[in-house]
Design a binder for this molecule. Structure first.
Ligand code: FES
Length: 146
């Protein structure tokens, strides 16, 4: 089979597969929640995340209902957690996780995985929220002034 025929055959197969309702449904549902994102609600400005969420990973993104920014939660080597607000401290733009750092698409600021400014124009580090372990849960106190 030559290259042209292979592409034609492959594309036809993919198009047929994408056309089926089952495949489309599965793809769409997979797009709703990115891997590693926990959706939850706050109660009395506290967010509670079961520690079991970190059994197989040291990093989770948390999306809290009615909170303006996602939270990046990192389990540290000593067993404690770092909770960073995914907000650029330059002009409050939501940040994007890029590999081992955070990037602001508005003016290009970059922050390390600990929230420290790597590149401006932002001058302040990312906001870290207090957290503590209670029973088998991580309790995060939201900063409601953000
Ligand atoms: S808002 Fe992020 S760099 Fe300006």
């Amino acid at each position: 089979m030559d290259r042209k025929e292979f592409i034609k055959t492959s594309c036809t197969g993919v198009c047929v597969a994408l056309g089926s309702g089952f495949i489309m449904s599965a793809l769409l549902s997979a797009c709703k929640t990115p891997l590693g994102v926990i959706k939850t609600a706050a109660k009395d400005n506290n967010v509670i995340i079961p520690l079991a969420e970190f059994e197989h990973t040291d990093y989770k993104l948390v999306r809290v209902n009615n909170y303006n920014y996602d939270l990046a939660i990192q389990k540290k080597e000593d067993g404690t957690f770092r909770v960073l607000v995914m907000m650029c401290t330059h002009a409050s733009q939501p940040l994007t996780k890029t590999g081992n750092s955070y990037f602001c698409t508005l003016h290009g600021s970059q922050f390390s995985n600990t929230g420290a400014v790597l590149k401006g124009p932002a001058e302040k580090n990312m906001i870290e929220l207090p957290s503590r372990i209670v029973s088998n849960n991580l309790t995060i106190k939201l900063n409601t002034s953000i």
